[in-house]
Design a protein around this ligand. Structure first.
Ligand code: AMP
Length: 204
């Protein structure tokens, strides 16, 4: 169970729009846009998409009317530059970051989770070979579409993504802790327990 699945559940329960940078990139890839082509070349290698295009994409998304009452960001920011840009952007909109839940997981568990993950072609529903297998192998339980392994979930790419996480994203833990916004949540527990903690953090 990754952050994306948790974010979807929490967005539904709170009524906030779920704004996932990864989903926005995948949508662009599906629609074969220029941004999609660019993003794919980084995603396939497990690298981050450059800050400027990522920030522009999120700015565009957060400017839409459905985000006027707030949003649940998933996968953004992933670098200090992005976090600083987000502060500026939200200040412009008269908003701010309210809470940053940090779901902690051991590295071995991350590798296992990512490399066992299968995603549905139609809607991006996510399954896991061991932890959350679909009822029918290779088919989505929700819409019957084909399940595939994202290029960035393949074993070689997963180890690069973890490296990238430690060098580029982990500094955000200190960034948000200093601002008093970070709450650590133990990710090594049942899905519902993690969801309950996330909801509690966001209600505060
Ligand atoms: P995710 O679905 O959040 O795991 O994102 C999948 C991939 O999209 C990441 O491994 C990155 O290549 C790219 N990506 C998603 N969000 C960002 C971001 N905030 N900054 C740069 N690249 C991103």
């Amino acid at each position: 169970m990754g952050k994306g699945t948790q974010a979807k559940i929490v967005a539904e329960r709170t009524g906030l729009p779920h704004v996932s940078s990864g989903d926005l990139f995948r949508e662009n890839i599906k629609n074969a846009t220029g941004l999609g082509k660019l993003a794919q070349s980084y995603m396939n290698k497990g690298e981050l998409v450059p800050d400027d295009v990522t920030i522009a994409m999120i700015r565009d998304r957060l400017s839409r009317p459905d985000c006027s009452g707030g949003a649940l960001l998933d996968g953004f920011p992933r670098t200090t530059v992005q976090a600083q840009a987000l502060e500026k952007l939200l200040a412009e909109f008269g908003g701010k970051v309210d809470a940053v839940p940090f779901i902690a997981a051991a590295q071995a568990a991350l590798v296992e989770r990512l490399s066992g993950r299968w995603t549905c072609r139609a809607e991006g529903h996510v399954f896991h070979a061991q932890h959350n297998p679909p009822q029918k192998a290779g088919r989505c339980d929700f819409d019957g579409s084909e399940l595939y392994q994202r290029d960035d979930d393949k074993a070689e790419t997963v180890s690069r993504r973890i490296q990238v996480y430690f060098t580029q994203t982990a500094p955000l833990i200190a960034f948000y802790r200093e601002r008093g916004l970070l709450t650590e949540i133990d990710g090594a527990r049942a899905i519902e327990q993690v969801t309950a903690d996330l909801l509690a953090v966001l209600r505060k």
